[in-house]
Design a binder for this molecule. Structure first.
Ligand SMILES: Nc1ncnc2c1ncn2[C@@H]1O[C@H](COP(=O)(O)OP(=O)(O)O)[C@@H](O)[C@H]1O
Ligand SMILES: [Mg+2]
Length: 462
């Protein structure tokens, strides 16, 4: 096949250049030139808009009511926790990107999933670019997937991969990983943004036209740092991220985007010798076991998708140098700075000259503002060196004015905490059971409206 000439197109002005330049020759913007195969659609071809009608003709339109509204057909993968994040299963023609740190378990999970699908009668293809076929076979033996009928293709050239997919038409194809795939039509190096984007676009087009569900493995951290093609997120239907501390055995799979279901549902797995096993009742896995309460530790009841989970928030406040540090793991750092300001202004707790470290136990990431109250109580507890009582939980959002705002589905959170044997709770007033309504057995609830009140309650509990 004759190699098509590539073209570099400026993402700002649409100007073009036959070779890569740091600065766009038309508009002078830096680092905006992106390689494109000549002839493919792009800003360069958009210049003659009026000629489009002559070139392509005008499309027929239909109203929404005339269109057939078929519900998407989902095939459960057989791994319940994965199905939960996907919104019920793999959608035919759907494209899923699954990202996460190296070694976290992406290949393991997908091999388990395609094997389960194959055993359920779906034709599955596993394209491996990172490992040899023999390595994948070795993993399948270790995972106990004996006599697996999953077909494996060790290939990194896009054109060959698509030709094979087209000839075999599997129900599901896994590309492990998209960073290793390259197209002959581009001169950029494999793994570069242009290559990854172009290859993903071709695979997406293939999925849509053939009905094959395509899963792309991406070496992308949540910050988008590693090999960073966040552009992929816009292209695909579903984006899943693997989270968790590689040193602990628990792994979370979170949906960041899902065109076929709810986001922020999470799947919880435990990494075992024989692969990833779903954890069906995960509410207590992120608690570290202290025999006696320790200062700086508060248990937060957070809501992950449809399930309440208890996560221990730890804080350490210690004498800092001239420029004290504020560090957070699993929690937003800007939010931490904000909470410290609210603590100072409204509750008179000053940490200006102190280092403040905050950590959500178990490598879990918490993004909901309902963590605020627990974070603030943990910080105060560490600063004072006073542990909170045994069986203590808290949740609630704290605003800049020092007000404590309700968290969604507070009753459910309280019931889960009571079920796990927690006995004292500090929560927003609107989340506490109303006077006269049924109380939650075993749980003493302190309802607060302001952060000062919460501090008072905690001081009284000492
Ligand atoms: N022989 C083994 N026994 C038990 N666990 C293993 C073994 N080999 C690898 N693992 C586990 O599998 C993980 C690798 O998962 P993998 O699916 O290859 O990650 P990824 O594809 O995300 O890079 C390792 O971090 C380790 O926990
Ligand atoms: Mg892998």
């Amino acid at each position: 096949m004759a190699k098509e000439k590539s073209l570099f197109v400026c993402s700002e002005c649409g100007g073009t250049s036959p070779k890569w330049l740091g600065k766009c020759p038309s508009c002078g913007a830096w680092n905006t030139l992106i390689e494109q195969v000549a002839g493919s659609s792009g800003p360069a071809n958009n210049r003659f808009g009026t000629q489009y009608a002559a070139l392509a003709g005008v499309s027929e339109l239909a109203t929404l009511s005339e269109m057939e509204a078929a519900d998407v057909a989902r095939t459960p993968t057989g791994l319940d926790e994965l199905d939960r994040v996907l919104g019920g299963g793999i959608v035919s023609g759907g494209v899923t990107l699954i990202g996460g740190d190296p070694g976290i378990g992406k290949s393991t999970l997908l091999l388990q999933a395609v094997d389960a699908l194959q055993r359920a009668g779906q034709n599955a293809l596993y394209v491996t670019g990172e490992e040899s076929g023999a390595q994948v076979a070795l993993r399948s033996r270790r995972l106990g997937l004996d006599h697996s009928q999953v077909q494996v293709l060790a290939e990194i050239q896009l054109e060959k991969i698509i030709a094979t997919l087209d000839a075999t038409r599997p129900a599901i194809a896994v590309i492990d990983s998209i960073q290793t795939v390259y197209s002959d039509q581009l001169t950029s190096a494999p793994g570069s943004v242009a290559q990854v984007r172009e290859c993903a676009a071709h695979l997406t087009r293939f999925a849509k036209t053939s009905g094959t569900a395509v899963v792309l493995v991406g070496h992308v951290t949540k910050e988008g740092a590693l090999a960073g093609p966040r552009v992929l997120e816009h292209m695909v239907d579903t984006v899943l991220y693997f989270e968790g501390d590689t040193h602990s055995s628990f792994r979370l799979v979170r949906a960041i985007k899902n065109r076929f279901g709810a986001v922020n549902e999470i799947g919880v797995f435990a990494m075992t010798e024989r692969g990833l096993k779903g954890v069906t009742n995960p509410s207590a896995i992120f608690l570290s076991q202290h025999a006696e309460p320790v200062s700086g530790s508060v248990v937060l009841v957070t809501l992950e998708g449809t399930r309440p989970m208890l996560v221990e928030i730890q804080a350490l406040v210690d004498n800092g140098g001239p420029s004290p540090r504020r560090l957070s793991v699993g929690l937003d750092r800007d939010r931490l700075a904000m909470l410290l300001a609210v603590l100072h202004r409204h509750a008179g707790v000053a940490c200006m000259d102190q280092d403040v470290f905050v950590n959500a136990v178990g490598g879990v990431r918490i993004s909901e503002p309902a963590a605020d109250l627990a974070v603030m109580l943990a910080i105060t507890s560490s600063l004072r060196g006073k542990p909170l009582p045994k069986g203590f939980i808290a949740f609630g959002e704290v605003g800049l004015a020092g007000e404590v705002r309700p968290a969604p589905r507070g009753q459910e959170r309280l019931r889960e905490a009571a079920k796990l044997g927690f006995s004292v709770a500090v929560v927003p007033k609107a989340n506490a059971p109303r006077k006269g309504s049924k109380e939650i057995e075993g749980l003493t609830i302190h309802a607060v409206e302001r952060i000062e009140e919460a501090m008072d309650v905690v001081r009284r509990l000492d």
